[in-house]
Design a protein around this ligand. Structure first.
Ligand code: B12
Ligand code: SF4
Ligand code: SF4
Length: 273
């Protein structure tokens, strides 16, 4: 069993090599946080019901890539916090994301792709690694489309946090994050999932007031009933909302107003100390 601390250091080093950021924003990510799950945890089978029938188990993803059965190993989920400067720039926004947030949304996919490549290439050569969201997964078109590798569900399985009123994943370093994960046959020290409920880190969902993300959403996509993905998508990637934002970066700007200027932006608001 390999120590988790060793892997944490490896991931931080790899991120350091590929997060070049942008001249207008600086680096895109803060320090990564990792969580480790057992690939044979029955929760991965449950995700075929909560996400969709085509959602892959870690063993399936591994077999698709290497054509071998994964008997033992680890699922590593990585939280990449959005850098403070970018988060802070999005706080005063009301109708559209800040220029910094939009630049990050437009260019950080490349950072994640580079990080995936580096992890796959430089991980201990004794072991095999697959990064499903970069080489295997796709979006299944259905009433509410879903990815065949949902990073939020993987992060939940790895004990890194929970879902919330607006679907965002709230980790110990908050909801203004990106996520990435990989499956390996290396056995790494595991984390224990300790959340009582799948939305245990959200104030509103636990009777602690809040609901601030509902008031922040420029698309009216969040209500006490949850997140309307269709409305959100039309705003984030479609042509609804303030027109001036389409010229900002020449690429989809994202939004993230529900993840900034809210109590869960950079911490778990329900953490008990
Ligand atoms: C598709 C997608 C979208 C689409 C969704 C459209 C659609 N029709 O599905 C749209 C355009 C809306 C979108 C918007 C955004 N996205 Co997006 N998106 C994705 C993507 C590619 C797949 C998500 C998916 O299919 N999830 C599966 C669905 C079924 O689950 P879900 O939405 O998470 O919701 C589930 C829970 O609420 C859960 N649930 C209910 N009961 C139970 C019970 C249990 C036990 C459990 C565990 C769960 C559970 O119910 C839902 C269904 O299961 C992921 C990347 C990836 N591969 O995961 C990024 C991702 C989810 N997006 C991300 C981000 C950052 C954003 C935006 C902020 C855009 C931006 N960058 O500016 C907004 C935020 C919107 C929001 N409030 O969530 C991040 C997540 C950050 C976070 N803190 O959660 C991800 C992980 C990208 C990444 N690699 O970092 N996104
Ligand atoms: S802003 Fe409040 S209600 Fe919305 S997800 Fe965060 S804690 Fe929950
Ligand atoms: S990303 Fe923007 S449009 Fe989508 S739910 Fe959050 S605040 Fe609303």
């Amino acid at each position: 069993m390999r120590p988790k601390a060793e892997l944490q250091e490896f991931v931080a080093d790899m991120l350091g090599m590929c997060d070049g950021g942008h001249p207008e924003t600086g680096r895109f990510s803060g320090d990564p946080v990792i969580g480790i799950a057992d690939p044979n945890d029955p929760i991965f089978e449950e995700f075929r019901r909560t996400v969709g029938p085509e959602h892959m188990t870690p063993a399936e993803a591994f077999a698709k890539r290497f054509n071998v059965v994964l008997e033992r190993g680890s699922v590593v989920s990585i939280v990449l916090p959005i850098a403070e400067r970018i988060r802070v720039s999005n706080r005063p926004q009301k109708d559209m994301p800040s220029r910094e947030w939009a630049i990050c949304r437009a260019h950080a996919d490349k950072m994640s792709a580079d990080l995936s490549m580096l992890i796959s290439e430089r991980f201990d050569k004794e072991y095999k690694v697959v990064v499903p969201s970069h080489s295997l997964s796709n979006l299944v078109k259905s009433e509410t489309s879903y990815s065949t590798w949902s990073e939020r569900h993987i992060a939940y399985a790895a004990g890194l946090g929970t879902f919330s009123l607006n679907d965002s994943f709230i980790s110990e370093v908050g909801a203004a994050i990106r996520l990435l994960s990989f499956v390996t046959d290396a056995e790494i020290e595991r984390d224990v999932r300790s959340h009582a409920a799948f939305d245990g880190n959200c104030l509103f969902r636990n009777g602690d007031g809040c609901g601030k993300c509902m008031r922040r959403c420029p698309a009216g996509a969040i209500s006490a009933d949850g997140h309307d993905k269709g409305r959100c998508k039309a705003f984030v990637y479609g042509n609804s909302g303030a027109p001036e934002r389409y010229d900002m970066v020449g690429l989809p700007t994202g939004c993230g107003l529900c993840q900034t200027g809210v109590p869960c932006e950079y911490l778990n608001p329900r953490r008990r100390v």
